[in-house]
Design a protein around this ligand. Structure first.
Ligand code: HEC
Length: 149
C-alpha cells in the first residue's frame, strides 16, 4: 500500500465526507423544524402575545431587564416574572399584580432602583402581560439558573 494519499483517495474522502455531512445536515434541519412546530403548537403566539412583544420592544424594557437571560442587568429577569407573581396558581391575580406594578412606577422608595412610568393603556398592559405569560411557558431548560436573573 502506498504511504501517500492518492488523488483518487482524496477525492473519495472529499465526496464521501460531503455526502455524509449533507445527510446529517438535512436530518438535523428536519429535526429542528419538527421541534419548533411542536413548541409552537404547545404555546401558540396569539395576536395579543405578538402585540405585547411590540409593547416590550417599543419601550425598550430590555435596556434594564433581561428576558431569558439576555439583556441588561440593572433590573430583574422578566422571562419568569409571571411565575414569580403567582400566575400558575392565580392567573387573574398575577395579571392584576403585574398591571398594578406597571402603573405604580416609579416607586420613589429611597435606596431602591427606579423604573420609569410608561403610561401604557389598558390594552397595552394586557398584551404585555400576555407576552410575559407566554414567555414564562417557553421551556428554557431552567435558564437563567438564578430565578431573578
Ligand atoms: C430604566 C430601567 C427600566 C426600564 C426601561 C424598565 N424597567 Fe422594569 N424595573 C426596573 C427596576 C429598577 C425594577 C426593580 C424595582 C424595584 O425592585 O423596586 C424593575 C422591576 C420590574 C418588574 C417587577 C419585577 C420583579 O421581579 O418584581 C416588572 C414586571 C417590570 N419591571 C416590567 C418592566 C417592563 C414591562 C418594562 C418595559 C415596558 C420595564 N420594566 C422597563 C427598571 C426598568
Amino acid at each position: 500500500m502506498s504511504e501517500t494519499l492518492t488523488k483518487a483517495a482524496a477525492r473519495n474522502i472529499f465526496y464521501g465526507g460531503t455526502a455524509f455531512f449533507f445527510v446529517v445536515f438535512v436530518a438535523l434541519t428536519a429535526h429542528s423544524v419538527s421541534t419548533a412546530n411542536d413548541i409552537a403548537k404547545a404555546n401558540p403566539v396569539t395576536a395579543s402575545v405578538a402585540a405585547g412583544k411590540h409593547v416590550w420592544e417599543k419601550n425598550a424594557c430590555i435596556d434594564c431587564h433581561t428576558l431569558m437571560g439576555e439583556g441588561a442587568y440593572y433590573a430583574p429577569e422578566l422571562g419568569n416574572v409571571w411565575v414569580r407573581f403567582g400566575g400558575r396558581e392565580d392567573a387573574s391575580g398575577a395579571r392584576e399584580a403585574l398591571k398594578a406594578w406597571m402603573k405604580g412606577q416609579p416607586s420613589g422608595i429611597e435606596g431602591r432602583r427606579q423604573m420609569p412610568q410608561f403610561n401604557l393603556t389598558e390594552t397595552q398592559l394586557n398584551d404585555l402581560v400576555d407576552f410575559l405569560k407566554w414567555t414564562s411557558e417557553v421551556d428554557t431548560q431552567n435558564w437563567p439558573p438564578k430565578v431573578s436573573g
